[in-house]
Ligand binder design. Structure first.
Ligand code: XIL
Length: 314
């Protein structure tokens, strides 16, 4: 097999994957594939709030440090995921019944600690993750319920203080095509930029379904680029019914090609990260029963048509 990161099109472009530090430590195929194929890594879980600060003031950096050290040892950049998200939150934040003032303090402390620990070492942070409902209104998280929309601008400002050179992103799913949700995100981004809030980029997760890559994806990336923002495809996987048929795996190759081209055709789209190294450990089968085989590399570390589609695109 080849190496995605060595291809001409991967120079100055981030081609990434999401990783678990325990698997990097314990499984040679997983570790070697991560090193050989990718020039960017995202922590699949270990930089999330429940891991980093499981109780107030108690920080657990071991997994996150391993990911950052691994990346530096292998000449990879780190994409930071994530500071403020309604999910994988410890219960002391999720249902702590905090006042607005208390919650703001806790958010600022968390962002300062996480951003500060890796200051200067992170390419970009998903400062706010999954803030929207499908209809483009704001999700009813503890943050929105307690603080309203202002929590987003505040989080970006605190992140900028903590890690001034990192690009600061808002990240979400089902915002790849032009639809009500991406309209909500677009309007928020425009408002934030008008107000001088430090927002640098939009992350499109791209947890997609085989045969259903939105036809407006490139146009949608372009409209965010036209605001002056960078765009990254942050969590790409394309799920198919399992056991996967040959036809669905071929179609998936075409889908990966379409996503790569939608990004590569817009100069502000500077990276594509796939959400896992191998189908063996993908989150998809656990989350979407009956679906899986969503990544470019299969359970036995063999390249699929999706891999070769990425290869040819780069
Ligand atoms: C997922 C991980 O892949 C799983 O291991 C974990 O159990 C749940 O979270 N959107 C995100 C990611 O922003 O953090 C999620 O990752 C997938 C959906």
């Amino acid at each position: 097999d080849g190496s995605l990161r060595d291809l001409p099109g991967a120079q100055g472009f981030r081609i990434g994957t999401a990783v678990d530090p325990n698997r990097l430590n314990n499984e040679a195929d997983y570790r070697n594939t991560t090193i050989e194929q990718f020039n960017s890594i995202t922590a699949e879980n270990v930089m999330k709030w429940e891991t980093i600060q499981p109780s107030r003031g108690q920080f657990n950096w071991s997994g996150a440090d391993q990911v950052v050290n691994f990346a530096q040892a292998n000449d990879q950049i780190v994409y930071g995921h994530t500071m403020i998200w309604h999910s994988q939150l410890p219960s002391w934040v999720r249902d702590g019944g905090m006042s607005a003032t208390q919650l703001r303090t806790v958010m600022q402390e968390h962002i300062a600690a996480l951003g500060g620990r890796y200051r200067g070492e992170i390419y970009a942070w998903d400062v706010v993750n999954e803030a929207f409902n499908e209809d483009g209104t704001f999700r009813d998280s503890v943050f929105y319920r307690t603080l309203g929309e202002s929590y987003i601008a505040d989080a970006l400002r605190w992140a900028d203080q903590a890690d001034p050179n990192a690009r600061l992103y808002i990240n979400d799913y089902n915002v790849e095509g032009i639809n009500a949700k991406s309209d909500g995100l677009y309007n928020l981004a425009r408002r934030l930029l008008q107000q001088g809030v430090p927002l640098d980029g939009i992350g499109m997760q791209a947890h997609l379904i085989g045969g259903q890559v939105p036809s407006t994806m490139q146009q949608n990336i372009q409209r965010f680029a036209d605001l002056g923002l960078e765009v990254t495809i942050t969590e790409l996987d394309i799920r198919v019914p399992t056991p996967a048929s040959n036809a669905s795996i071929q179609q998936q190759g075409n889908d990966y090609r379409a996503v790569m081209n939608a990004c590569l055709n817009v100069s502000a789209c500077t990276g594509v990260t796939v959400w896992g190294v191998t189908d063996r450990y993908s989150w998809v089968p656990d989350t979407f029963p009956g679906q899986g085989a969503a990544l470019p590399i299969d359970e036995n570390y063999n390249a699929k048509p999706a891999y070769w589609a990425m290869y040819e695109a780069l």
